[in-house]
Design a binder for this molecule. Sequence first.
Ligand code: SAH
Length: 255
Amino acid sequence: MSQSKVIGILGAIPEEVNGIIHSLTNVTEVVIGGRKYYKGLLYGVNVVVVYSRIGKVAASVTVSTLLLHFNVSNVVFVGVAGGIHADVRVGDVVVAKDLIQYDMDASPLRPKFEIPLLGQTYFHSEEALSRKLLASIESFLAIDCLTKHIEPVELRKFNIEAPRVHYGTIASGDQFFSTNKQKQALIDELPNVLCVEMEGAAVAQVCYEFGVPFIVIRTISDNANQEASFSFQSFVQIISLVYGREIVKEIVKSI
Ligand code: SAH
């Protein structure tokens, strides 16, 4: 890996990045705009790690700071999401092929979902790296490997038996999905969406506008329905720290 690379790694909540922060060496902490940025080395690679807080605005200002203040050359978002597509289950991982802001609607002036004055609807992540990660995430998810990191009893609590990795579209907006009605409305409008979350497409838009490559990786914490808030809370406390840490290890090796 080139020495000039600095990877900006962000999640939305502490549970998504704490495992990564604990793995850092040579750490310095910098506070900007109420957020704490951890600058250091991760397996010998220069990184800056931060949690943005929740939602598109929080994620946008955080990734802008990573780009403008810390001059990161690559951006990685790791976090959790609600499963939308029928094939996507709790404990699976979704690697973004592209991302869309499902709550952007300037129609009839512009087509629904298109970002006005930018003319862009889907933001494409760094394809070569994303595809390369599919195999290493699949190996991590193999049950023999996963149980080295997470107790089987914990996996059973979430019915995680044969978790899979998926590659496709992620939808982002400022809503926590906790009803079937919300979920069905999204499926009706955007049937290709694999999962829903609240930051990824905002990070993607900022990186697109700055011309910086990015990837977004989401572990499914809930099914974006009535049980979502219970599943989400316990999942982030027990599981997401491990997934985040191990997935980022693979990313840093691959970049
Ligand atoms: N419990 C938090 C709120 C979490 S919001 C609080 O107390 O404030 C959910 C976070 O996880 C967001 O960062 C979002 O990106 C992701 N997420 C997980 N499941 C989601 C769902 N069902 N709908 C939307 N976002 C979800």
